[in-house]
Design a protein around this ligand. Sequence first.
Ligand code: SIN
Length: 342
Amino acid sequence: MEIAQWTARVGHRHGGGAQRSSSTSRADRGDDGHNARSASTCDPVPRCQTPHVTSVVPDSVVVRPLAPACGAEISGVDLRTASADELAVVQRAIADHGVVVVRDQSLTPTEQVAVTARFGPVLRVPYIQHLAEHPDVIAVLKEADERNISTFGGTWHSDFSFLPEPPSLTLLHAVELPEVGGDTVWASQYAAYDTLSAAMQRLLDPLRAVQTGWPNGTRGPGPNAAVSRSVVMTRNDPSADVEVAHPIVRVHPVTGRKALFVNPVYTQRIEGMTDAESTPLLQFLFDHAVRAERCVRHRWRPGDLAIWDNRCLLHLAVNDYDGSRRLLHRTTVAGEAPIGPG
Ligand code: SIN
């Protein structure tokens, strides 16, 4: 079921009484977001501003917020067999919290693709080598012997924001994890927009920024860059140099809320501005976007399935686990051309 459809269907359920509610640097140019060192129109009150109650709808599914700005943990559902009502709870939680971590999902790659398809059309992503038998799944892998290298997703980004129609959702399933470390952090771009001054919001609302997939293009990391060997990426492909202009402020097609939509990996400059104007303004936005209070940091457990919305979040893989192996499987849901407030 498409996201837009289910929003209409679940509508006001959380607030309507039909359901129970219990009380219970610009990137270092040697790096890129995928290889680096290191809710709603139907809901007038943004979820992140509501008190933290645990919702239980239907009975079995438990949604527990993880941080004020974004993030929730979900338990009591098997996404392979979830009913339409259970799936609607998960979809609603994604709209409310931006990212959810669904616990205890043991998915084969085939099952992960099937689960992904329950959230929308599966997107086969370009430029990254997929699993041999599963063209819709990529392995986010760093081997224990890969030390002092960049890692996939290690700089703040929104997945493939340089595509004309960037992916809406990403699903990341933990397979093998370090004992400690290898967390993922997400930052709410609703919060980033909402906390700008009204004057800055007015300036940004009509603007667009140019994005490219330069890490995969002719200006990407050279042959000597210390990048992970475990995620094989296309390099030097001129098609990735193509410039795509997207609104800096994106109106979320499901929630109707405004979110910042720039990131230090793919965003190059602000359309219509000189470099002297654009560079410092973008740098301000990159810093503002990921302040700690907009973030949730997730410590993975085997079987966790994170599902996040690239239209209202940035994310980052923390590269602090040299000497350990980390493997997650990633799938994506197709998105739409970003629309600005104008
Ligand atoms: C990614 O950017 O999709 C990877 C995130 C992670 O490995 O934690």
